[in-house]
Design a protein around this ligand. Structure first.
Ligand SMILES: Cc1ncc(C[n+]2csc(CCOP(=O)(O)OP(=O)(O)O)c2C)c(N)n1
Ligand SMILES: [Mg+2]
Length: 275
């Protein structure tokens, strides 16, 4: 894919959203809201930014992505499948007993998954460790980590953030999926985490703020992060939970609920059809 083929990225993200929703509907459980809000960020990483090879998932010096908000894994399975790590149909066994495609990512079961996550906050800290290891080992690979805004309420995030700045981890780029909602309501009501950008800046990070559904803005931010030396970068991605499906958008009720067949059909039609 050429660096600026936004139409192709849009089409890929459309398929990622549909794959994710189909798998969640087939499972009868899962997390559509956070999968849809992260779909454009994850698509940008896997189809534009990251140095990876689906034929060689363990490639030396590859870039690594950690989905710290592990519940959004349907979007990650879909991106990995669309990118060629495995046939996309395989992920339709989501959450079934004995399937490698469980409701949270398992690095021992699915090619392309770099870290097992699900307990919020831990993936972020693991990514700081992975970026530290690359520095110590002199490896070129970069580390990317995606966290939710509700997830920022976890204390481990801020210890790891402090450590990343202290260690000058300019090979680490974090993205915050700032959709304003968590499991059961607005982040502002449960426990306010704003101002997110100001907090990270005070913790010594380079900060950028983008529309998390704009491929040009995301690509420019990742490029700017790559060229920022001596400090880690966080990209605050302003997103809509449930993005792309009218009845799921900005609704906490769609955090962890599967669509039924009728709702799935409507969602797929709103996303432009199953092709
Ligand atoms: C340590 C921990 N506490 C609680 C949960 C349960 N949980 C799963 S998702 C979620 C809300 C996360 O909200 P946010 O990070 O904003 O994710 P998003 O809106 O992107 O789905 C919670 C509390 C968890 N997975 N881990
Ligand atoms: Mg959120």
């Amino acid at each position: 894919m050429s660096k600026t083929n936004y139409a192709e990225l849009t089409e890929t993200a459309r398929r990622v959203r549909i794959d994710a929703l189909k798998a969640i509907a087939a499972a009868g459980s899962g997390h559509p809201g956070g999968s849809l809000s992260a779909a454009d960020i994850i698509t940008t990483l896997y189809f534009n930014v990251m140095n990876i090879d689906p034929r060689d998932p363990q490639m030396e010096d590859r870039d690594k992505f950690v989905l710290s908000k592990g519940h959004a894994v349907p979007a990650l399975y879909a991106a990995l499948g669309e990118r060629g790590f495995f046939p996309v149909e395989d992920m339709m066994t989501l959450r079934k007993i004995d399937s490698p495609f469980q409701g949270h990512p398992n690095m021992r079961k699915v090619p392309g998954i770099e870290m097992s996550t699900g307990s919020l906050g831990q993936g972020f800290a693991a990514a700081v460790g992975m970026a530290t290891a690359n520095k110590i080992d002199g490896k070129d690979g970069r580390v990317f980590v995606l966290t939710g805004d509700g997830e920022l309420q976890e204390g481990i995030i801020w210890e790891a953030a402090m450590s990343a700045a202290h260690r000058k981890l300019d090979n680490l780029t974090a993205v915050v999926d700032l959709n304003g909602l968590q499991i059961d309501g607005r982040v502002d009501d449960v426990m306010k985490v704003r101002p997110v950008e100001g907090k990270f800046r005070r913790f010594g990070w380079n900060t950028l703020s983008v529309d998390g559904h704009s491929f040009p803005e995301l690509i420019e931010a990742f490029e700017s992060a790559r060229h920022t030396k001596g400090v880690p970068t966080v990209i605050i991605a302003n997103t809509v939970k449930g993005k792309g499906v009218s009845f799921m958008e900005d609704q906490a009720g769609w955090h962890g609920k599967a669509p039924d067949q009728e709702q799935l059909a409507q969602a797929i039609s709103e996303l432009g059809g199953d092709n």
